[in-house]
Design a binder for this molecule. Structure first.
Ligand SMILES: NC(=O)c1ccc[n+]([C@@H]2O[C@H](COP(=O)([O-])OP(=O)(O)OC[C@H]3O[C@@H](n4cnc5c(N)ncnc54)[C@H](OP(=O)(O)O)[C@@H]3O)[C@@H](O)[C@H]2O)c1
Length: 293
């Protein structure tokens, strides 16, 4: 089976984890680059490869190149590499952004390179977490047809599951992922702040809430989100919602605002579930718009 010579530009959380996992699978990581050089040097020591002071040098040592810089640097890095005159038809460039299409790397395609975006639908808080979480993750693939064979091979070696996506759909796809992952963190932070306001320490609150969250996730997996909705909104219990609004308004404005916004969205789920009627919906919406008396 063909093994690739791999270069990574941007050896942060994702770039480092990809390099480590692919080298474990038998590929040869031949060159690394990072902005400060610190992360690239430490990863180079771990993998026994070279860290370069100039990303262009890497083009002479690798055919498969991951550009895993922050998203905002991708077009700049593509132009820099393309302007070097060192890009060849053998080069396959992959970025791993969820929001941006492969075409952010167009300058490299114009120089004969092949471009592709490979987005792991996963959140990585650190390299160690990424090494654990990457296997089993879904990957959104989009880009040049001639990149697909290598893209699928890499995903398979990362023990991921591929699916294709259109470039123009990536911003909405990424929005969905952000809501499911980042805003789940936001919701947890919000819930923990409320528990904290009555003196429950964060570690105890996390331990107590996790079984509830896991139970909810398992309901969603089994039944889908609409049938999984429980609680006062699903029951049309406007007295309880009114009570929440009274206490939350004593905490701070943003808590009240968020509670009302989420409540309005949730009312429509309850209506879809059929657990409330139009009268209950309107009573709840009035509360979530105007607040408790
Ligand atoms: N983290 C996630 O959960 C996650 C999930 C899915 C996809 N992604 C995608 O993966 C990519 C990398 O994200 P990350 O979380 O791994 O980022 P990160 O940890 O912040 O790492 C970014 C890396 O890029 C380097 N860098 C920064 N500016 C640069 C520049 N101008 N030129 C060259 N290198 C530069 C940094 O160098 P230094 O090390 O020297 O600072 C660092 O090695 C992004 O496209 C992101 O959207 C991330």
């Amino acid at each position: 089976m063909t093994m690739y010579r791999i270069g990574v530009i941007g050896t942060g959380v994702v770039g480092s984890a990809v390099a480590i996992l692919l080298q474990d699978k038998g590929h040869q990581v031949t060159g690394l680059y990072s902005k400060t050089g610190i992360s690239a040097a430490s990863l180079a020591e771990r993998l026994g490869c070279r860290a370069f002071a100039d990303p262009v040098e890497l083009l002479g040592f690798a055919e498969v190149i991951f550009i895993t810089t922050p998203d905002r640097e991708l077009d700049h890095m593509a132009s820099l590499l393309a302007g070097s005159g060192m890009v060849r038809g053998k080069h396959r460039f992959f970025h791993m952004s969820g929001a941006l299409p492969a075409e952010v790397l167009t300058p490299l395609r114009e120089q004969g390179g092949v471009i592709c975006s490979l987005h792991p639908l996963q959140s990585f808080a650190g390299i160690q977490q990424a090494l654990v979480n990457l296997p089993g993750s879904f990957f959104a693939v989009q880009g040049d047809a001639s990149a697909m064979e290598i893209a699928y091979r890499i995903i398979s070696d990362l023990e991921g599951k591929p699916f294709t996506i259109q470039g123009e759909d990536k911003p909405l796809y990424h929005l969905g992922a952000v809501i499911a992952s980042n805003y789940l963190v936001t919701l947890m932070h919000y819930a923990l702040s409320i528990f904290g306001s009555i003196g429950i320490p964060e570690d105890k609150a996390i331990a107590a809430l996790l079984p509830l969250i896991r139970g909810t996730l398992s309901n969603i997996e089994e039944l889908g989100p609409v049938k999984s909705l429980t609680g006062p909104v699903a029951r049309g219990d406007s007295d309880t919602v009114g009570g929440h609004l009274k206490v939350v308004s004593k905490l701070n404005y943003s808590y009240t605002d968020l509670y009302k916004t989420l409540g309005r969205y949730t009312v429509e789920i309850a209506l879809e579930k059929g657990s409330i009627d139009e009268t209950q919906r309107n009573r709840l919406l009035k509360l979530f718009c105007e607040g408790a008396e």
